[in-house]
Design a binder for this molecule. Structure first.
Ligand SMILES: [Zn+2]
Length: 274
């Protein structure tokens, strides 16, 4: 499933391609034909994300609201075509100018809403480390809950944009026991989680990959400071999808268990902090 950095990256790219421009909007697949007609030949004002929700604001107080769900994609192509641009697969919505086209496939949500309806969506979501400086609204929820911190980090109305990879990795980075009930999590632990997510997610936006391992984090941060392009090989992680392998920090075997519908990976030996 795409995590928040993916949606912010899409919003960034849609904004760069289309903001301030009048665009054609269509539904090659047909399922969004009526919605597309409401947006067609309007100017894009801004594209923005909150957690896993994407909003493309058009002139005339119309907002395209998208949630990719498990398998959705929104790809932006900057190739100019002579004549008709080919349609590949089931394209629910296409936003296009003569030099850019963005194709949305397989979303669970694709609808046209009003600014008030957009506000209602924001209101239901917790703070997003890529959007909000203040994480306290999440802490207020967490500290009153008996659910485990591993479950709470995945609840979008507590904290927006965090999926399974960031949840597993950030808890390991700070040695936090994923089974700690929210009401027993120390405030200092929460502050480590929030500030680390504020650090890690922008690297995900910049690279299109979830980066959590210390030497890669440092490599990318320094490349970004220097304004260099970043190329990384395969994804590495501390615990995510490493069941049965050794923990890099303590050598214990990494465990896996279902928590909140997704497989939690953690080290039972060095993740003991509450
Ligand atoms: Zn360990």
């Amino acid at each position: 499933m795409p995590e928040g950095h993916t949606l912010h990256r899409i919003a960034r790219d849609l904004h760069a391609a289309f903001a301030g421009r009048v665009v054609s909007v269509s539904s090659p697949q047909g399922r969004f034909a009526a919605g597309a007609a409401l947006l067609d030949e309007h100017a894009v004002v801004e594209a923005r994300a909150h957690g896993k929700h994407l909003f493309v604001e058009f002139a005339g107080e119309r907002v395209l609201h998208v949630h990719l769900g498990l398998i959705g994609t929104f790809t932006i192509d900057a190739t100019a075509y002579v004549g008709e641009r080919p349609v590949v697969g089931q394209v629910r919505c296409r936003i296009a100018t003569d030099d850019h086209a963005a194709d949305l496939r397989g979303p669970i949500t694709c609808r046209v809403i009003t600014p008030d309806e957009e506000s209602a969506v924001h209101h239901k979501l917790g703070p997003d480390p890529l959007r909000d400086i203040d994480g306290d609204p999440a802490w207020e929820r967490i500290r009153r809950s008996r659910k485990s911190v591993a479950a709470l980090l995945m609840e979008q109305d507590v904290l927006a944009g965090i999926g399974n990879v960031y949840r597993c990795e950030v808890l390991h980075r700070h040695r936090i026991n994923p089974m700690t009930p929210g009401e027993r999590l120390k405030r200092t632990s929460w502050e480590l989680i929030w500030s680390d997510l504020r650090r890690l997610l922008p690297l995900g936006v910049a690279t299109g990959r979830i980066v959590t391992v210390a030497h890669e984090v440092q490599e990318i941060e320094s490349a970004l400071l220097e304004g260099e392009d970043v190329h990384l090989d395969e994804r590495t992680s501390y615990v995510y999808k490493r069941t049965g392998q050794q923990c890099d920090r303590c050598g214990s075997v990494i465990r896996a268990k279902d928590v909140a519908g997704r497989t939690l990976y953690w080290c039972g030996n060095c993740q003991r902090r509450s």
